[in-house]
Write a protein that binds this ligand. Structure first.
Ligand SMILES: [Fe+2]
Ligand SMILES: [Fe+2]
Length: 264
């Protein structure tokens, strides 16, 4: 089985011809399955883009923060189960066995304000463009909301890991890097001012717990969000691959294929 990984493709930045060229590029990978780790479009376009990708191959995906822009987390998520049959939003679907050796699951994750500089002056567009964050009256309330979202994602992930089919390898899709060291930008770990919004500590703890409890299982996490390519191995059986672009290369409007895996 050939599984092609895309992340942070932000297809709303593309004009129609460029969009078709990108779909042709994805089709050339001859995928049996597409794995998409979030930031696909925005609230008014994410369903359309996922549907168009599903014309190439079945899509398993998680949502990123941009996919909620100009709407609310609740209403975008509520629309996901109504997507076409060849699309699967991981949060709403049980883990599956892809092959005799590999199982797949995923959760969105959320930058959960649990590491780095919590007094950071970095202002994300999220604060103004996602309804639930717009409603937070101050920084403290917003951080508490972000922490709550991180905890919810961790709870969902723990539940999915417990129900995953027993396989030698586990592929986990998530948008937000689950460890600070996996939060890569410009070829290195992000600065403390960015880490609170670009790392999901809560899902990282769940992944590490699972990896320690299952030393014979190999777990590969695919994530994005920080737009810099990197690999971090927190434990001998746990590797996190952050999808992105090499230093100096712009990600917005420049979607690329991160990798195609041959899964046996
Ligand atoms: Fe992104
Ligand atoms: Fe993102």
């Amino acid at each position: 089985m050939r599984a092609t990984w895309l992340t942070d493709i932000h297809l709303n930045f593309l004009r129609p011809l460029a969009l078709q060229a990108f779909y042709d590029r994805v089709r050339a990978e001859r995928p049996d399955l597409l794995l998409v780790t979030g930031d696909i479009g925005e609230s008014d376009s994410v369903a359309r883009f996922v549907g168009e990708l599903a014309a190439i191959a079945p899509v398993w995906f998680v949502l990123g923060n941009h996919d909620y822009y100009r709407s609310s987390i609740a209403s975008v998520r509520a629309a996901m189960p109504r997507l076409p049959v060849r699309t699967r939003w991981c949060n709403a679907h049980d883990p599956i066995a892809l092959t005799d050796r590999v199982a797949l699951l995923g959760v969105d994750g959320w930058g959960d304000a649990r590491c780095g500089d919590l007094d950071s002056k970095v202002e994300l567009s999220d604060w103004a463009r996602i309804d639930e964050l717009k409603r937070c009256r101050d920084r403290e309330a917003r951080n508490a909301t972000l922490q709550r979202y991180g905890s919810n994602e961790a709870r969902t992930l723990r539940d999915k890991l417990a129900r995953a089919p027993a396989r030698d390898e586990l592929l986990v899709l998530t948008h937000v890097p689950p460890f600070p060291e996996a939060c890569v930008y410009d070829g290195k770990m992000s600065e403390p001012a960015w880490l609170p919004w670009f790392t999901c500590i809560a899902t990282g703890e769940v992944l590490a717990d699972h990896a320690r409890a299952h030393p014979d299982q190999r777990i590969t996490v695919l994530c994005g969000h920080s737009h810099g390519a990197g690999t971090f191995e927190p434990l001998p059986n746990l590797v996190v691959r952050t999808g992105g672009w090499p230093p100096g290369v712009e990600g917005y409007g420049n979607p690329i294929v991160q990798a195609t895996f041959e899964l046996a």
